[in-house]
Structures are given as structure tokens and as C-alpha cells.
Design a protein around this ligand. Structure first.
Ligand code: 2AM
Length: 162
């Protein structure tokens, strides 16, 4: 199964952002902040166990959606995060370590927290550069299965509290 670990902004936060976009996004319920992308994993159980251990070491913290940019010209458009960023980075590092201890080869590249909100340069990230949404408390982490196909589908396999 194809897996990733993420935190999910609550409905208030994604709807606040949705309301300032030129068009109401169809995929708003899938918006998430990836902590670690695992790729194909044969057996999710060891990951689930390691994730529980990692999340026990962290307390809830506060984030808000803020700022925007694109990965390259005409690339995916993202909205950034603000708030307790050191806690977010520390959590992402713990999650990556936990996945590695469960035998998953997680990429070791600089962590750039974001929510992907569009593709091919749309919506215009310049219009969202000064965006700042409401604060929310991050108190759980999700292990998500991603099914590729004509329509991407996300299935939450596990929710782990901080
Ligand atoms: P993205 O939203 O910025 O594309 C599920 O695919 C999640 O894992 C997405 O949030 C995706 O980021 C993220 N991800 C990170 N690295 C990835 C990779 N190499 N392939 C696919 N998704 C990746």
C-alpha cells in the first residue's frame, strides 16, 4: 500500500482558505500537511506501532496556514504554515525516524511543510502571499493510504494522538 503520514488542518482552517480562492476547491477535504512520504509499504503494522511511539514524545502545538508559493514555474501551488514551526519540524523528524526504524526508506531531504492547494500554477500564489488563516491545534497525526487512479483517494488507516 502507498502510505504517507500527515496532519490535517480542521474544516475551519481549510474553509477559511477556500473562501479566499477564486474558485471553491473540489479537493479541499483531502488537504493535509505531509510529515513523511513513505511510498509503497508491504505491511503497515510496524509503521503504525512505531508511529504510536513517536507521537507519545510530542505535545499538541499550534499552526495556521500562511503565505503561498509554487514548486517551480507552473508547478504545484502550496500554502505554507506559521505558528509553532519548530514543533512541526521536530514532529516530522520523529515520524521519519519512526518510519525508518520500521524498515521504511523515508527520503532524507530538507522538510518543507506545506499544503498543496493547486497544480500548474493555479490558483495564483501571488494572490495568496499575504494570506494568514485561523490558528488550530495539532493534536493528532494520521497514517494515510493513497490510492492513485483517475481520482486520487485518501483513506485514513490510523489516527495517533500527540
Ligand atoms: P504534495 O501534496 O506536495 O504533492 C501524498 O502523495 C502526499 O505525500 C502529498 O502531500 C505529497 O506532497 C507528499 N509527497 C512527498 N513526497 C512525495 C513523493 N516523492 N511522491 C508523492 N508524494 C509525495
Amino acid at each position: 500500500v502507498r502510505l504517507f503520514v500527515a496532519v490535517r488542518p480542521p474544516a475551519e482552517a481549510v474553509e477559511h482558505l477556500g473562501a479566499v480562492l477564486p474558485r471553491w476547491p473540489s479537493d479541499l477535504r483531502r488537504w493535509h500537511v505531509t510529515l513523511a512520504f513513505l511510498g509503497e509499504v508491504a505491511d503497515p503494522q510496524p509503521v503504525t506501532d512505531a508511529l504510536a511511539g513517536a507521537c507519545r514524545e510530542h505535545r499538541p502545538f499550534v499552526l495556521r496556514l500562511a503565505g503561498s508559493g509554487a514548486f517551480g514555474r507552473n508547478g504545484p501551488v502550496w500554502v505554507g504554515l506559521d505558528g509553532d514551526l519548530p514543533e512541526l519540524h521536530a514532529l516530522a523528524e520523529s515520524v521519519a525516524d519512526a518510519c525508518r526504524s520500521a524498515g521504511v526508506a523515508v527520503e532524507d531531504r530538507p522538510y518543507r511543510p506545506h499544503v498543496t492547494v493547486g497544480r500548474r500554477g493555479s490558483p495564483d500564489p501571488r494572490a495568496l502571499a499575504d494570506y494568514a488563516g485561523p490558528d488550530w491545534e495539532v493534536n493528532q497525526v494520521e497514517l494515510v493510504r493513497s490510492r492513485l487512479g483517475r481520482a486520487v483517494r485518501h483513506e485514513v488507516l490510523e489516527r495517533v494522538s500527540l
